[in-house]
Design a binder for this molecule. Structure first.
Ligand code: SF4
Length: 289
């Protein structure tokens, strides 16, 4: 049994930057409570590590970010790598709280692009995941932005404006994106297209698509992480027989290793390096290496 790590995989620059910003904020405001509004990145191990340093994650899947803020009356609020709406920034300021914005530069780039096109009179079709914080932040910009997550959503569109612009959430699958664009162009042939999958996401996805002899691919990451789920999807589309999403080495089932020769391990952009290392170490032990 041969175990190899897919390169690149794991932390991206946006995640590293967001974690550094959170830790720096903790040091800068030693006397005040420091909160992250939502999960800084979609990985509960990262949230736990930050909590150990006294940085509290405000997260409740049944509450909106506005509602989460209702209970906070003092301290510093950190906005996550996925971006934030102006309305929430205003609410934080109105409550007399300070904020630090850890939005990834690639997310900001897409948001600015959308704002420019809206200013030019375009209507925007945005390919993203319903309920994902990055998509939510984008949708808050204007009601002239239409979220699509699948081809059926394109069928349901009824836009009269002939100035149409298309872009996407930064962590979508580049393969699915090509399909969506082709389908969209059949309905709106003159649509102005600007794909925005970030480099970190596309390079991790392409590395999987280039694997030639993979019998089993482990994708390490949190189930809520979009880019992690996309890695699994790419592996399956590439025809890898077994693609398993695991959160830690403890999720490895020995029976999956039977009759398997080449195992590869990849990880989402929000997966801590220790978790990837533990998976590789565990598999190496199983393989007697
Ligand atoms: S996955 Fe891309 S957009 Fe998201 S934080 Fe990382 S670099 Fe930024």
């Amino acid at each position: 049994m041969k175990i190899q790590k897919v390169i690149p995989s794991g932390y991206c620059k946006g995640v590293v930057n967001a974690i550094n910003i959170a830790k720096k904020t903790r040091k800068e405001y030693p006397e005040e409570p420091v909160y992250i509004l939502g999960m800084l990145v979609h990985n509960s191990h990262v949230s736990k590590e930050l909590e150990n340093e006294g940085i509290i994650t405000l997260y409740d899947e049944h509450k909106s970010k506005e509602e989460l803020l209702d209970d906070i009356d003092e301290g510093v609020i950190i906005f996550t790598a996925h971006g934030i709406s102006d309305a929430i920034k205003e609410k934080v300021t109105a409550k007399g709280l300070r904020y630090v914005d850890a939005t990834c530069v690639d997310v900001l780039k897409t948001q600015n692009l959308i704002k420019e096109r809206l200013d030019d009179g375009y209507e925007v079709i945005y390919f993203g995941k319903k309920g994902h914080p990055e998509a939510e932040a984008v949708l808050s910009i204007s009601d002239r932005i239409h979220l699509i997550s699948c081809k059926e959503d394109i069928d349901a569109l009824d836009i009269l404006n002939h100035k149409l612009f298309f872009t996407n959430q930064t962590t979508m699958s580049y393969l699915e994106l090509s399909d969506i664009i082709a389908y969209l162009q059949e309905k709106y042939p003159s649509i102005f297209i600007q794909p925005e999958v970030c480099n970190a996401t596309s390079s991790r996805q392409k590395a999987i698509y280039e694997l030639k002899d993979c019998d089993l691919l482990y994708v390490v990451g949190d189930l809520r992480s979009n880019n992690t789920n996309m890695l699994k999807e790419i592996g399956l589309k590439h025809g890898i027989k077994k693609v398993l999403l695991i959160q830690t080495y403890e999720d490895i089932d020995k029976s999956d290793l039977q009759d398997v020769e080449n195992i590869y391990v990849t990880a989402g952009a929000s997966t801590p390096p220790e978790l990837i290392r533990q998976v590789i170490d565990h598999l190496s032990t199983e393989a007697g290496q």
